[in-house]
Design a protein around this ligand. Structure first.
Ligand code: FES
Length: 128
């Protein structure tokens, strides 16, 4: 698991001029995080934000998802869970959480916050 702090000063660490221009033109709330290949397939990368840690997951189909890195059960680190399909299994008590919505799979109940995330030109952007 890799951890990165996102601030306005370093949000564009791996930037190129054209990507920075696109980034500003599209929406100032999108922050570039890393290259897609910097997130391990079937794993996650953690971004430290002012609102708490956000886990950005990559599944086998190279889809990316972003959730608050806190299980809806007892706050386990979802970023250290097992990714399968569009779900992650929490490493503490194996609750299954939907990567798209953050909802726990029944019969468990609860939800963790999800964030908009996208991949453009091989770069991952998180909407803050
Ligand atoms: S803290 Fe995640 S299943 Fe218990």
């Amino acid at each position: 698991m890799r951890t990165e702090t996102v601030t306005p000063a370093n949000a564009g660490v791996q930037s190129s001029q054209s990507l920075d221009s696109d980034f500003r033109r599209n929406d100032d709330r999108w922050k570039r995080i890393c290259a897609l290949t910097d997130i391990p397939r079937l794993g996650a990368r953690v971004v430290n934000t002012e609102g708490g840690d956000v886990a950005i997951f990559r599944n086998a189909a190279d889809e990316v998802f972003a959730l608050h890195d806190s299980c809806p059960h007892k706050g386990g680190p979802l970023s250290q869970g097992i990714v399968f399909g569009r779900h992650v299994s929490c490493p503490l008590h194996q609750w299954i959480v939907c990567l798209e919505t953050g909802r726990a799979q029944e019969p468990d109940e609860g939800c963790t916050r999800s964030f908009a995330v996208k991949v453009e030109q091989g770069q991952v952007f998180l909407r803050m």
